[in-house]
Ligand binder design. Structure first.
Ligand code: TYM
Length: 335
């Protein structure tokens, strides 16, 4: 499909209804790479089972996440869209990289610490080695750039360390990837607790804007967003709530913080919240209607995932042959 282009890879877990954080921090930026890069965008269902999932819901969300990728502008003719478990090389390289990842490194991952605190009854080995599977996702495709939100930065640094370690032992095997982190939307915060990241799994629905929320719901949630007792739309000490709304508004409209301050000077929080709510809802309207159309066509989604998995598997095999040779594994005879 795309010879001689550099590679972009990213993934989203089908572990909950996707949020405005997933959209602004990651998915919205994906299509910008489609013309210049070979882009692989994956629905990482194997990562999702590090936390208990209801099987029927996981299946539905896997279809939905793929449909949402396309509804957000990813054309399957220009991007390889696929499901992680359809390309077994992810698990295979994941295991190999486990053997080149240190216990101490994994112990330092803040996401592991957070998730094990939240799932104290299920601190499984997969939750711990999650970052080496993520490194495998990326390194399998000789990826140069990984568009992600700020919360994945530490995992990306570890993927780079693993690649460098492996290359150091066996000679050049993997491209060492760089993160691509959008400036204003790297970390969209909860609307209820603006010092906490907006998260798919938040139990408080008012804290989270879902990409598929309807217009009234989006506006209502923004109206209820926690701010402070002041009235000036600007950044500053104790104004994390307003700053979060400014980041969201900036990411959607492209306006700078200074422009936003000028636009709402003397107008108070009520006006500002309403403007943010309407702008966000309008920008998501097209995504919602495309999603409704695409998600109803399961056969089409299955065709897209099959095509994507075939293409991804071929690229992955090229890396796996190299890895096997370097490690001293015997290349299995095929056919
Ligand atoms: P996940 O599924 O938690 O999130 C998907 C993407 O959304 C970004 N994101 C945010 N960005 C800004 N503000 C927020 N509040 C916010 N919440 C989420 C995430 O940074 C991510 O880019 N481990 C990954 C999935 C993954 C992956 C990969 C990503 C697996 N393998 C390989 C890149 C490359 C994750 O759990 O993302």
């Amino acid at each position: 499909m795309f010879k001689d282009k550099k590679v972009v890879f990213s993934g989203v877990q089908p572990s909950g209804m996707l949020t405005l954080g997933n959209y602004l921090g990651a998915i919205k930026n994906f299509s910008a790479f489609s013309d210049e890069y070979h882009c692989y965008y994956c629905v990482v269902d194997m990562h999702a089972i590090t936390v208990r999932q209801n099987p029927a819901e996981l299946r539905r969300r896997t279809y939905d996440t793929l449909a949402l990728y396309m509804a957000c502008g990813l054309d399957p003719e220009k991007n390889v869209l696929f499901v992680q478990s359809h390309v077994p090389a992810h698990a295979e390289l994941g295991w190999i990289l486990d053997c080149y990842t240190m216990f101490g490194e994994l112990s330092r991952m803040t996401q592991f610490k957070d998730k094990s605190a939240k799932n104290a009854d299920n601190i499984n080995a997969g939750l711990f080695t999650y970052p080496s599977l993520m490194a495998a996702d990326i390194l399998l495709y000789q990826t140069e750039m990984v568009p992600v939100g700020n919360d994945q930065k530490q995992h990306l640094e570890l993927a780079r360390d693993i690649a460098n370690r492996f290359n150091g032992v066996y000679g050049d095997t993997f491209v060492v990837p760089d993160p691509y982190i959008a400036k204003t939307s790297a970390r969209i915060m909860s609307l209820a607790e603006p010092t906490k990241k907006m998260s798919k799994s938040d139990e408080n629905e008012n804290a989270v804007i879902r990409i598929l929320d309807d217009k009234d719901t989006v506006i209502r949630k923004f109206k209820r967003a926690v701010t402070d007792s002041g009235c000036e739309v600007c950044r500053g000490e104790g104004k994390e709530g307003i700053e979060n709304l400014m980041s969201i508004y900036s990411a959607v409209t492209g306006k700078s913080f200074e422009d936003i301050e000028a636009e709402f000077a003397g107008r108070g929080y009520g006006d500002f919240k309403l403007a943010v709510g309407e702008t966000v809802a309008d920008s998501l309207a097209g995504v919602r209607s495309e999603f409704a159309r695409l998600s109803a066509d399961k056969k089409y989604l299955e065709d897209v995932m099959a095509e994507g998995a075939g293409e991804a598997a071929r690229a992955a095999q090229r890396t796996m042959s190299k890895v096997r040779r370097k490690l001293g594994f015997i290349e299995p005879k095929r056919g």
